[in-house]
Design a binder for this molecule. Structure first.
Ligand code: ADP
Length: 179
């Protein structure tokens, strides 16, 4: 595996990276899944700061402080809702990862942890989301020195396996004949 990318199983709210990414919704006012867990762990100050941001478009990202989290910052990015795959979902998902990484680099952040954006309530098929996530992260790391390290924090061993298999397929010489 690329020495700057890690895939692991864990709870992203416990991360001690410089920033964690929140799979938010466009209101930025909290929600279910990882979004709710991050707000609970960060405390009410996070919602207060989010209110001042007046939302965020899908595929874009906004930065806040991390408050009671170990991570100093949260990068909030609303992912696409899966609508069958031909409504620009992949472009929007790639833009989520790229926007977070650009914002992290602009702020000089060295370590960033991502959850598997859009693969919960938003219904994006995991293997397809993993392909978009890993290709976008790898392309960014190839051309930028920051962040120094990126981690995909999967919530289950099954999800981590899909990410590892996808990584191996694209980046470890096990490419299929057809995409
Ligand atoms: P979305 O609305 O973008 O689909 P969800 O929060 O429903 O967001 O799910 C996104 C992913 O985050 C899912 O794969 C889910 O398993 C995962 N997830 C949920 N809680 C956590 C957590 N505490 N740490 C890491 N990943 C989590």
């Amino acid at each position: 595996m690329n020495s700057r990318l890690e895939i692991l199983v864990g709870d992203i709210t416990q991360s001690d990276s410089d920033a964690i990414v929140n799979a938010a919704n466009p209101t930025l006012l909290g929600g279910s899944g990882v979004d709710g867990a991050i707000h609970r762990a960060a405390g009410p100050e996070l919602l207060e700061e989010c209110r001042k941001l007046h939302g965020c478009e899908r595929g874009q990202a906004k930065l806040t402080r991390g408050y009671h989290l170990k991570a100093r910052y949260v990068l909030h990015t609303p992912g696409p809702i899966w609508r069958g795959g031909d409504k620009g979902e992949a472009e929007t998902l790639a833009s989520c990862y790229r926007s977070c990484l650009e914002l992290a680099a602009e702020h000089g952040l060295e370590t960033v942890d991502f959850p598997s954006i859009s693969t919960g309530v938003y219904g994006y098929p995991l293997a397809q989301a993993a392909t978009v996530a890993l290709r976008t992260i790898m392309a960014f790391l190839d051309t930028h020195s920051l962040p120094r390290r990126v981690r995909m924090v999967c919530h289950s061993e099954e999800a981590a396996q899909v990410y590892r298999q996808t990584y191996n397929m694209w980046f470890a010489g096990e490419k299929p004949d057809r995409l």
